[in-house]
Write a protein of this length. Structure first.
Length: 299
């Protein structure tokens, strides 16, 4: 396992049963690297007085489990646009290797609509990425979501925004992956579509910029949300007014004081665990070797 800046509890990396679910020692190593990333992210945010909160399943885990959901394998945070833009300004100089703030601004051919903080001395390949040859760094990461102004409780307008952003995001995916691994008659058609988008829309970077412009196109309404990823739901902006700290594993991490409202909007009865499947989205990871080595085993 790579060296971490943080000090983990002595027993943290041991296999453990939590709420009837066996968390392997290997998964604990993944969690350890993610917690290290979270602490480095927290350091920079505190230095520049940037507000953020735990988000999605990480927020749920903090409230319901005082740490990770036992069957989860990722870690999410969110920020409002003003804080996020400041992070993108200072991040490249603050995060030193092996820490890397990954976005379309810092890496060519990046095809995601969410920013990541990763360690480049590790490897992490989400399931869908095994279908595509790597075009950019694939280390263990945490996701950084940005929340923008959203139309106040106007579902039709929100759906229209989401449709528009989905179209742009689809173009980004096509423009960053030249179709070299397909067989049969689909191959020529996909090549033509690739070059058509390239000629019509220019670079994927321009499409990322267009995506951000769409996300920031709504004026203040008192509601915020994310339309550039898979969770286009709204929440009151005021939930960010008061932030408290709660236990997350052996750390204390920020969550909205009105976390109950946030979690009920997202999950409904969030205190009742539902494990009808796995939250695992990672197909392969390595806490000892860089993605530069491990990707050779998949392609």
């Amino acid at each position: 396992m790579v060296d971490l800046k943080i000090q983990l509890p002595d027993s943290f990396l041991q296999e453990e049963e939590r709420e009837g679910y066996l968390v392997s020692a290997k998964m604990k190593e993944l969690w350890g690297v993610q917690l290290d990333l979270l602490c480095e992210f927290d350091r920079v945010c505190k230095k520049y007085n940037l507000k953020y909160i735990l988000e999605h399943g990480t927020l749920l885990g903090a409230i319901r489990h005082k740490g990770y959901i036992p069957w989860d394998d990722d870690l999410d945070v969110s920020m409002l646009r003003e804080d996020y833009d400041k992070l993108m300004e200072v991040g490249p100089k603050e995060f030193k290797q092996p820490y890397f703030l990954q976005s379309y601004l810092t890496e060519k051919n990046y095809d995601r609509a969410v920013t990541k903080l990763m360690r480049t001395d590790t490897s992490c390949l989400p399931g869908e990425d095994l279908r595509l040859e790597p075009q950019y760094a694939r280390g263990i990461f945490i996701d950084i979501f940005v929340f923008d102004n959203m139309p106040a409780a106007d579902e039709d307008t929100i759906k229209a925004m989401v449709r528009h952003t989905d179209e742009v995001y689809y173009r980004i995916i096509l423009m960053t992956h030249f179709p070299t691994r397909d067989d049969g008659i689909k191959m020529p058609a996909k090549c033509l579509r690739y070059w058509y988008y390239r000629l019509r829309y220019g670079s994927s970077r321009k499409e990322h910029q267009r995506l951000e412009q769409l996300a920031k196109s709504c004026g203040p309404t008192g509601y915020v949300g994310t339309v550039t990823y898979i969770y286009p739901y709204c929440r009151p902006l005021s939930v960010y007014d008061e932030i408290i700290e709660v236990p997350f594993e052996h750390l204390m991490m920020p969550v909205p004081a009105r976390y109950d409202e946030v979690l009920r909007l997202r999950y409904g009865d969030y205190m009742t665990p539902v494990r009808d499947g796995s939250l695992h989205t990672i197909a392969s990871f390595d806490t000892d070797r860089s993605y530069r080595e491990t990707v050779k085993e998949h392609w």
